[in-house]
Design a protein around this ligand. Structure first.
Ligand code: ZN
Length: 322
């Protein structure tokens, strides 16, 4: 592969066979490799610094009722920040949905017009299943603010130097992204009528605003609690938690097991007054339960018990809308 260089600083550009737009690692200047999009319509969302992001992380731990109980045992093991290329535009969906409904014990056919406009985002990468990607796109569309971003061609090398992060490769061009977004917008519209008995559905989608390429900063903080490693994804521009895998309090489980053992102790006590054999049986059961409890704790201690923190994001195959 021939070496392509940055048109501003002359540094060699990071390129793979899939790359359609490359961002210079040294000065942040973009170069179109195989895209029909315009350089003037590519934007970088400014990110908080690594220290500010770590601060936001502890802030959110402090504010979270469940997480703050782990605070003293939490240890950050890694902090990773990168820019994700995302096409963001806005689509209008129009059409009609007919469905059946029961009214006064009779089946009635109803018709509802579909007419709405929504921001729509699509990750410009082939593998979109990565952690928190659709979540950060959704958060971006919700907090969309022109003060947050800068055109890549206007970004000074000095500013890039201050805020630069690894840039994930841009692999899907605007024409392909548009086809997918229009198709997925209809699926999402249909999904809104999911619980109804739909008998007829017809909708069209069109762009009200053509998609532009935005590079969204996403940070992932990996932290340890006991022997488990968990992660929190934060949006780079405001430090908001967009997705996370978090440790789960074992207290409830422990209380339950302890409660069962306690009941058996009580029963065996009571039994000793009633009958010796019952007392022996009770004591045996107590020992068995205690063993199960201790083993249970030991297993739990070595296993990763987590729950996923996510807001509900309306997506269809990587397309994110309202
Ligand atoms: Zn450069």
């Amino acid at each position: 592969m021939s070496a392509l260089t940055c048109e501003r600083c002359g540094a060699p550009l990071p390129i793979t066979p899939e790359t359609i737009v490359s961002i210079c690692e040294y000065c942040g200047y973009p170069r179109i490799i195989a895209s029909t999009a315009r350089l003037e319509e590519m934007y970088l969302i400014r990110s908080l610094s690594r220290d500010q992001i770590i601060h936001k992380f502890w802030d959110q731990v402090e504010k979270d009722f469940d997480l703050r109980r782990f605070r003293k045992r939490m240890q950050i093991v890694d902090v990773e920040g990168f820019y994700i290329p995302v096409w963001v535009g806005s689509v209008a969906v129009e059409g009609v949905c007919e469905y059946l409904e029961i009214e006064d014990k009779r089946v009635v056919r109803r018709s509802e017009p579909i007419a709405y406009e929504t921001p729509i985002g699509f990750c410009a990468r082939r593998a979109v299943a990565a952690f928190a990607v659709t979540d950060v796109i959704y958060h971006f569309m919700k907090t969309f603010d022109e003060k947050l971003f800068v055109r890549l061609i206007d970004l000074s090398p000095e500013e890039w130097e201050r805020t630069k992060l690894k840039v994930l490769n841009t692999e899907i061009d605007v024409s392909e992204a548009k086809d997918r977004m229009l198709e997925d917008a209809i699926d999402l519209a249909r999904h809104k009528h999911g619980t109804k008995t739909v008998v007829f559905f017809d909708a069209r989608s069109m762009f009200m605003q053509e998609p532009r390429l935005y590079f969204l900063p996403l940070w992932i903080i990996y932290y340890r609690v006991g022997s488990g490693v968990y992660r929190m994804a934060l949006a780079g521009w405001d430090g908001c938690r967009v997705a996370a895998s978090e440790p789960v309090l074992l207290l409830r489980r422990a209380v339950y097991v302890a409660g069962v053992s306690g009941a058996i102790v009580a029963a065996s006590f009571l039994g000793s007054f009633l009958h010796l054999q019952v007392a022996i049986l009770g004591a045996l059961l107590f020992i068995l339960f205690s063993l199960a409890y201790i083993l249970g704790r030991a297993t739990v201690g070595g296993t990763r018990i987590e729950h996923l923190y996510r807001k509900e994001v309306p997506t269809a195959r990587g397309t994110v809308a309202w």
